[in-house]
Ligand binder design. Structure first.
Ligand code: UTP
Length: 288
C-alpha cells in the first residue's frame, strides 16, 4: 500500500525556545524565507504525500492558519501584481492539511498515537519538524523506498560517540552499509552502554501496527509515552529497519541550532547564497 499520509509532530512545549515559544510556536520560527515546519511539508508533498496531519497543542494554531487559504491576502497581492503571490498561494495548496490536538504533552509516542484516527489503517511517515534533512534524492524519497523494500523504517544518522547520550540509539544487526535490522532502541544511553552511534532523527515510516503497539505500552519514568518503546514492541511483531539515509542533517531545535541551520540554508539559497558568502568572509576576517 503506498504511503499517502504524513504526520508532523509539533505539539511539544518548546522549552529550549522560551520565552519566544510562549506565544510563537517554535515550528513557525523562520529559517531563511519560510517557517521551520514548511521544510517537512514541502519534502512530503514533493515525494507525493497527499495528506499531512499536524499534531498541535494549545496556543499553536498559527501553524494551521499558515497552511490555510488566505483569499483576502491573495486578492490584495494579485491586485498589486506582487511577486510574493506565488509563494503565498503555494503554501496553502501543497497538500491537504489537517490538525489534531494533543491535549497534554505526554510524549512523542503519545503525539503519534493522537494522529491514529486521522491516519486510518494505512502506512504513514512521521516527521520531527526540527530536523532539517537535505538529500538527493530527498530523504523522504529514500525513506519511502526503504519502506517499500523492507517495511517499517526509521531514519538514523551516525553521530559522534560523545553525542550519543543525547539521542535514542539503535541496537540491531547490520544487513547492509545503510540498513540495520532493529532489535531494540535505547533512549539516551551513557556512552559506555550505547549499543551503536546510530541516532534516531526520523523520518519514520510505519505500518499502522505501530498504533496497537503505542496503545499497549505504558508511560515511562517522566509520565511520557515514548515512541522508542512503541518501536521496540513493533520490532517484536514486524521487521523494523534503521535506515542510514544519505544526506545532510541540521538540527533547528535549539536557538544555536536554528542560527547555524539558517546560515547553512542561506548558503544554499539561490537568492541569498552570494550575499551570504561575501558577508561571512568579511565576518570571518573581523573575528579572526
Ligand atoms: P522535543 O524533545 O524536541 O520537545 O520533541 P519539544 O517540546 O519540541 O522541545 P523542548 O525539548 O521542550 O525544547 C521532539 C518532537 O516531538 C514533539 C515535539 O513537538 C517535537 O517535534 N512532541 C514532543 C509532541 O508533539 N508532543 C509531546 O508530548 C512531546
Amino acid at each position: 500500500m503506498p504511503v499517502r499520509t504524513a504526520v508532523i509532530v509539533a505539539a511539544g512545549v518548546g522549552t529550549r525556545f522560551l520565552p519566544v515559544s510562549k506565544s510563537v510556536p517554535k515550528e513557525m520560527l523562520p529559517l531563511v524565507d519560510r517557517p521551520v515546519i514548511q521544510y517537512a511539508v514541502e519534502q512530503a508533498a514533493e515525494a507525493g504525500i497527499e495528506r499531512v496531519v499536524l499534531v498541535t497543542s494549545r496556543g499553536k494554531t498559527a501553524m494551521e492558519d499558515y497552511f490555510d487559504l488566505a483569499p483576502d491576502l491573495e486578492r490584495t497581492l494579485r491586485e498589486r501584481a506582487s511577486p510574493k503571490l506565488e509563494a503565498v498561494e503555494r503554501v496553502s495548496r501543497m497538500a491537504e492539511i489537517t490538525a489534531v490536538r494533543q491535549r497534554e504533552p505526554l510524549g512523542l509516542g503519545h503525539a503519534v498515537l493522537t494522529a491514529k484516527s486521522a491516519v486510518g489503517g494505512e502506512p504513514f511517515i512521521v516527521y520531527l519538524p526540527d530536523e532539517i534533512l537535505l538529500g538527493e534524492p530527498s530523504v523522504t524519497r529514500q525513506m519511502l523506498d526503504a519502506y517499500e523494500r523492507l517495511g517499517n523504517a526509521v531514519g538514523v544518522v551516525e553521530v559522534p560517540w560523545d553525542d550519543v547520550p543525547r539521542y535514542g540509539v539503535v541496537e540491531g544487526e547490520a544487513r547492509s552499509p545503510r540498513e540495520t535490522l532493529l532489535t531494540r532502541c535505547v533512549e539516551k544511553p551513557p556512552r559506555r552502554e550505547a549499543p551503536s552511534n546510530l541516532a534516531i532523527v526520523g523520518p519514520y515510516v510505519f505500518s499502522p501496527a505501530i498504533f496497537d503497539c503505542l496503545e499497549s505500552i505504558t508511560a515511562g519514568a517522566i509520565g511520557e509515552l515514548q515512541l522508542t518503546d512503541g518501536i521496540d514492541l513493533l520490532a517484536q511483531r514486524e521487521p523494523v529497519h534503521a535506515y542510514r539515509f544519505e544526506g545532510e542533517r541540521f538540527d533547528a531545535g535549539t536557538p544555536l541550532g536554528l542560527l547555524q541551520t539558517s546560515v547553512e540554508l542561506a548558503l544554499r539559497h539561490p537568492d541569498y547564497a552570494d550575499a551570504m558568502r561575501v558577508w561571512l568572509r568579511g565576518l570571518a576576517e573581523r573575528i579572526a
